[in-house]
Design a protein around this ligand. Structure first.
Ligand code: ADP
Length: 270
């Protein structure tokens, strides 16, 4: 009796051990696949600008350098491609630091409306589009938040430049709205652009993910912008929401803590 009992127990333990080993193997396989995919994505993103640079250099070598106009045009293009490479590497570095917990936020109080205006001015210059309106709709002229200003500036730049990029070709309209809620400041960024199909929506915050139609665009980025946005807001303990209607437009929404000043400004009525 004792013997059978004992061997059953042993068998059970052995099976448990085997299951655990299998789970470990699965996990290792998953990590290995993840690593392969990541490296594949990174090298793919780096390859495109590098091949362009190689092509431009070849053109210059093949006589292009003699013609001053051609030379300047191609040097300019090389410069743009190098800038693109540097931006990808900077983005990857930022994601890496977030994922390994190496980012410390520097909190301060600042007026989010002022920051949005500054970003409008910056992007307006870059966009060089004729029929584009960027509008700030707000309930108060100043709204102070308590957050990492530089990082939130990055969030706004990424979201607003996406809105510009994917906005309606003929008549781009971008509305950034801010308002004071009970506990937080609410911020939304809305465009009248191509929208995102519901089946693609859950994936847009993944790094390197781009909807097929954006992959083919010349001005499409590397698919890291929204991954960075999500990381930064997560570090602020805030989620981000997105609503989109395909072929009609997209709206991103998030909240930030009110600045301690803002909280004192309006004491609750008894
Ligand atoms: P990208 O560098 O390609 O813009 P992002 O991470 O910023 O990468 O965005 C991921 C993808 O989500 C984009 O390639 C695009 O397909 C989609 N997307 C993001 N913002 C918008 C928007 N405002 N309107 C439509 N599609 C968008």
């Amino acid at each position: 009796d004792y013997d059978t009992d004992f061997s059953f127990k042993e068998l059970g333990e052995k099976m448990h051990e085997m299951n655990q080993k299998n789970a470990e193997m699965d996990m290792m396989m998953e990590m290995e696949n993840y690593r392969k995919e990541y490296i594949g994505n990174v090298s793919h993103e780096l390859k495109t600008p590098l091949f362009s640079i190689q092509g431009y250099i070849e053109t210059l070598r093949d006589g292009g350098v003699e013609d001053l106009n051609v030379r300047d045009k191609y040097l300019e293009r090389i410069d743009k491609s190098v800038e693109r490479l540097l931006n990808i590497v900077k983005d990857l570095d930022m994601i890496n630091r977030f994922e390994s917990g190496q980012i410390d936020l520097k909190f301060s109080s600042f007026d989010i409306n002022h920051l949005i205006q500054e970003i409008f001015d910056l992007l307006d210059l870059e966009a060089e589009r004729e029929s584009m309106t960027m509008q700030l709709q707000t309930t108060q002229s100043q709204l102070f938040v308590f957050a990492d200003k530089q990082k939130i500036s990055q969030v706004l730049i990424n979201l607003i430049s996406n809105a510009v990029k994917y906005a309606n070709r003929e008549e781009a309209q971008i509305i950034v709205a801010t308002r004071e809620g009970m506990k937080n400041i609410h911020i939304s960024i809305e465009d009248n652009g191509m929208g995102i199909k519901p089946e693609n929506l859950p994936r847009i915050f993944e790094r390197f993910y781009r909807v097929e139609s954006s992959r083919n665009r010349k001005d499409g980025g590397s698919g890291l912008g929204l991954a960075i946005v999500k990381h930064i807001l997560e570090a602020h303990k805030q989620p981000i929401n997105v609503e989109s209607v395909y072929l009609s437009g997209t709206k991103f929404k998030f909240k930030l803590d009110k600045s301690p000043q803002e909280k004192i400004k309006k004491p609750k009525l008894p």
